[in-house]
Design a protein around this ligand. Structure first.
Ligand code: B1M
Length: 210
């Protein structure tokens, strides 16, 4: 019964059926399935499949967004219980679109995939000044800072931010991504990692916190 219910949660999440996912999470909790199991074997594993399909161009942005919305609906049930059980997140990641850049669709997808993979995500928003990244790192002590840029004119702010983090002596891994970015640009500016898409951002984060 428990396994069937977890499979239904997975299937409905992948179809983006937010209300069904929410109700099924409630049912799973009332049946005594451990919250961590519902999260990992229901929600997270479904988002991992969506992420993989997205990487292979088998699904597109709208499908990912509606799946993520269904994930969030399930999370409204699980989050308070997880907090009560003190379940450890895989790591903490501060995410933001860099200074001068207002594009947030890709950044939001990255946040959703990371959350779906079990990270605590602190979304700093758009147009994030290097000093704001530094301040957030000092205050929140994340494992990773993830920066997004969609404009060739704003990519440079990633280097300024990385340099600022280094000169402040704060210890944190840095990851960059966004349409104009490349792996070689990421190395050039001293980033610890580059992800071409939201699903790969999870792989890169996993390798950084491993
Ligand atoms: Co803008 N825009 N835009 N825009 N816009 C682009 C990026 C552009 C390529 C369009 C074009 O000319 N063909 C062009 C950039 C050219 C360049 O610099 N090379 C451009 C421009 C020029 C501008 C303005 C300057 C236009 C103007 O005002 N003259 C202006 C700038 C505003 C500013 O930021 N200061 C501007 C404004 C806007 C809108 C506000 C209208 C809107 C943004 C709305 C919003 O985000 N809320 C917008 C949009 C929608 C686009 C396009 C059409 C779509 C971007 C998008 O959301 N894609 C875009 C053209 C295009 O890409 N076809 C364009 C979908 C999204 C899921 O993909 O963001 O690439 P993407 O994210 C991917 C990956 O890149 C990666 O994962 C995501 C999912 O796989 N990824 C990461 C992203 N961040 C990551 C971080 C990671 C890892 C992976 O780790 C940290």
């Amino acid at each position: 019964m428990g396994i069937e219910l977890l499979d239904s949660i997975k299937e409905n999440l992948m179809k983006g059926k937010a209300n069904d996912v929410k109700e099924m999470c409630e049912q799973a909790v009332s049946e005594g399935i451990p919250v961590e199991t519902i999260l990992s074997e229901g929600l997270i594993s479904a988002m991992a499949i969506i992420g993989d399909k997205f990487k292979k161009n088998e699904v597109y942005v709208p499908e990912v967004l509606i799946a993520a919305r269904a994930m969030n609906a399930g999370m409204t049930i699980l989050k308070p219980l997880l907090a009560a059980e003190d379940v450890q997140a895989k790591g903490t990641i501060c995410v933001g679109t860099v200074k001068g850049d207002l594009h947030d669709i890709g950044k939001n997808l990255v946040c959703m995939m990371l959350e779906g993979a079990g990270y605590e995500v602190i979304d700093l928003g758009v147009n994030v000044d290097p000093a704001k990244f530094v301040e957030a790192v000092k205050e929140k002590k994340p494992d990773i800072v993830a920066m997004s840029a969609l404009l060739t004119t704003t990519m440079g702010s990633m280097k300024v931010t990385i340099d600022a983090l280094k000169s402040e002596g704060v210890s944190v891994k840095t990851m960059v991504g966004g349409a104009p970015l490349t792996d070689s640009y990421a190395s050039e500016i001293g980033a610890d990692g580059y992800a071409a898409d939201a699903a790969s951002a999870v792989d890169v984060a996993d390798s950084m916190v491993a």
